[in-house]
Design a protein around this ligand. Structure first.
Ligand code: FES
Ligand code: FES
Length: 162
């Protein structure tokens, strides 16, 4: 039986006590142990950004973090943005501005956009492009994602909603 370590994670405001093997990645614990499959896995090497979540308010690649390294942390995943069946206004903006096609990159794009708009409610186009530049999208060419973030900013989707 592999050795496990007790950890506590607060995910989307809910505290979890877990026993995890030290080798397990945060993204796998989120997806497999907590069934929060909105956080996607792409490259598993820290390249694509698809696994991005907020850890203590800052974006982090959850494929590069061991879950034990997040012990005691507050984590926000895409499931924590909306309220039940109601989409977060940032998610609405992505839908309306067609900021997604296949949607595989979308949860992570939402998380970096959420982080950006919390820090800077009125970003320039350049600042939006800079913020999303670490996340790969195979479908949209990024223009519609930028427009979605601009729409969300114009509506104060993040600053006004929380
Ligand atoms: S899956 Fe984590 S950066 Fe690609
Ligand atoms: S919408 Fe398909 S990867 Fe971004």
């Amino acid at each position: 039986m592999p050795r496990t370590v007790p950890i506590k994670l607060t995910v989307n405001g809910v505290q979890h006590e877990l026993a995890v093997e030290p080798r397990r990645l945060l993204v796998d614990v989120l997806r497999e142990d907590l069934a929060l499959t909105g956080t996607h896995v792409g490259c598993e090497h820290g390249v694509c950004g698809t696994c991005t979540v907020l850890v203590n308010g800052e974006s982090a690649r959850s494929c590069l973090m061991f879950a034990v390294g997040a012990d005691g942390a507050e984590i926000l995943t895409v499931e924590g943005l909306g309220q039940g069946a109601r989409l977060h206004p940032l998610q609405e903006a992505f839908r309306e501005a067609q900021g997604l096609q296949c949607g595989f990159c979308t949860p992570a794009m939402l998380m970096v956009a959420y982080e950006l708009l919390q820090q800077n409610p009125s970003p320039s186009e350049e600042e939006i492009r800079e913020a999303i530049s670490a996340n790969l999208c195979r479908c949209t060419g990024y223009q519609s994602i930028v427009e979605a973030v601009q729409l969300a900013a114009a509506r104060h989707a993040v600053a006004g909603a929380r």
